[in-house]
Design a protein around this ligand. Sequence first.
Ligand code: FMN
Length: 276
Amino acid sequence: MDIIRLRQSIRTYDPARPVGGEPRSRLETCMRDNCAGPLGNTVRFKLLDLGEVSRDELRRLGTYGVIRGAGLYLLGAVPDTAGSMEDLGYCMERVILEATALGVGTCWLAGTFRRGSFARQMGLGKGELLPAISPIGYAADNKRVIEKLMKRGARSQQRKPWNQLFFAADGWTPLTAEEAGSYGDALEAVRLGPSASNRQPWRIMKDGEGRFHLYLQENRLYNRALGKILIQNIDMGIAMCHFALVARENGVTGRWVREAQAQEFPGWTYIAGWVE
Ligand SMILES: Cc1cc2nc3c(=O)[nH]c(=O)nc-3n(C[C@H](O)[C@H](O)[C@H](O)COP(=O)(O)O)c2cc1C
């Protein structure tokens, strides 16, 4: 929970402090140990070291000026199958939290990077997608104007209150902290998570039997702007990761499954249910 609170998007890095040694090998281990998503897809990770890329290619590997000074990038590829966006979000967020714990900065990028050039570095196979990447590095002391603007534009520090995110069985009455019971922190961890343009599209309903169900309040135009890369479904995977990690930290074991029979609510797309 502390690490989740600590994480924030870093867009300006210190080029004089590359990530190497112990932190780097810890990240590589984390990438290896966390590539199986809850919905059955496997994520293929790569740590791309820009120091090992040819000058020509380097020129093409851009983030449209959004990221500066990072020498390493985490790349995550998945098959183009059902649930793969959620699984990518789930697994990659686990690595991002590991980086945060190591004092290493990150920033989810699903829009502002040159996908084709990074995909070439990934050696993307047929039927594979590269939904997102993240710079990996130590934060620079001074933030640039563009970073401050991006943060303000996305109102990055703000999150929606509980009563707009978590609901009782009718999908309408807000869930109180008391009703959340031992899952209070897990829900709070979802609320604090990063999401594309900070839209916070996660909605969680606790049913009459006390089980939690995750839904996406999709902005269709926004979510489908990148074709097969469903940016808000990645957000869902991140939420599942935060929920599962903090539930476990609080001694509750369970897992996310996609149930065949899920309750429907207007405007919400069902994602998964939590099974103890
Ligand atoms: C799936 C996803 C995609 C994102 N894509 C971008 C991006 O392309 N460019 C960017 O600058 N930030 C991107 N972000 C970062 C969000 O804007 C950021 O997480 C959000 O504003 C909350 O701020 P915080 O991460 O500092 O808490 C993305 C975040 C997520 C979760």
